[in-house]
Ligand binder design. Sequence first.
Ligand code: S3P
Length: 449
Amino acid sequence: MKKDLRPSKHYGGSIEVPGDKSIAHRAALLSLLAKENIEIINFPDNQDCNSSLKAVEALGVQVERNENQISLTPPETLATNDATIIDCGNSGTTARLLAGIIAGSEMSCTLSGDESLSERPMKRIIVPLTEMGAELFADDNDTLPMKINGKKLLPFEYRLPVASAQVKSSVLLAGLASSCSVRVIEEVITRDHTELMVQHLGEGLETRIIKKELVIDADDPRKKKMVMPEDFKKDVKTSSQTKIIGGKIDIPGDISTAAFFLAGAAISKQTVTVAHLGLNPTRTAFLSYLKNIGCKVEIKDKETISGELRGTVTVTGADLKIKKISGETTVGLIDEIPIVAVIAAFSKGTTVIRDAGELKVKESDRLQAVADNLRLAGIKCGLLEDGLAIEGGTEFSGADFESYGDHRIAMAFSIAALFAVGPSTIDDASVVDISCPNFYELLSEVTQK
Ligand code: S3P
């Protein structure tokens, strides 16, 4: 579906966005390990989360759906045989987290995916899960399809070589499935929805955040200095007693979806409010970024439901400043970089984004996709080895943008098109269905008076 988009005279308003994709995947997949029912409220009806639902159903979970309320009844035993193939669609989270559960569940099956997912790296989970004792057979490039022979796994300690919540979760869920203890060490803190959900629906998972401590300087005892007592930021531990019982999960709105609409407020200097929005601190780097570049960000009605913080967020745009993005900030903005790049294109000066090599192995090569689309709009954009350099503040022309089959690229350039000079098109706009099927309805809400 090709989408025509025109510059918008009006922008602003109040919206709610669908439930958080990362949380929904975990709520669905944990039903494979739960003792009792899991009842989910505000489950987003998008392609990715439906891949997780279909996967658990294929493995024996009874799924009852009433619009966005889902009831999941775990099976007595998980049902697979050598010939079982689970299609993970476009969803990396489904594939990597499910691989962990299967690896530790002493069952065998093959995971497959669409063209994009079949190109994404699986070595990052194959290595630790194999070290734990599972057998995983992918193709020569370590990509899907991948056959997994689950085994009784061995206790395991793993320092994440790549800052990835999917890898962390895969290893933790493998340990949970196999009732063996696991310790995962993070040098950079990634999203912690798995930890919070295991604590909310079950028991026996511990996390420790390492903070700087004030110590006396060995060279000069009159001086004190702040030092990290460990060479990592966080560890997560489970034991043979850790378990998922079951219960109720109410999913907050997805901040990674809201980011597109809030970005529109930043660019247009208007105001957008999003209620019931997930505010888990491992996911709010985009709000800090908006503040840093000069936007007004107000948060009201904060409350914790089902272990996750949520609230109402209002962003008002202003004259935008330039900020370099690198290191842990890039990790925190991992899903928001395409829309951050669009904001940069509308801000005067050069924005440099570094340490973003992971974006090359998302649903598309997002660095290339962003650079190509910005250049189509007449924006100068340098493609760096691990990032982008965007010269913003010049005329942003409407263009025929390509989605590259990637929902976040389609959404980022749909927002850009609203503030471009002249009309634009998005080649395959239906890819927004992967995370937010009502994206264009929400866009109409914020562009209509
Ligand atoms: C996700 C983790 C991130 C993110 C993805 C969802 C998750 O991926 O980009 O959209 O739900 O754990 P990585 O773990 O590969 O960084």
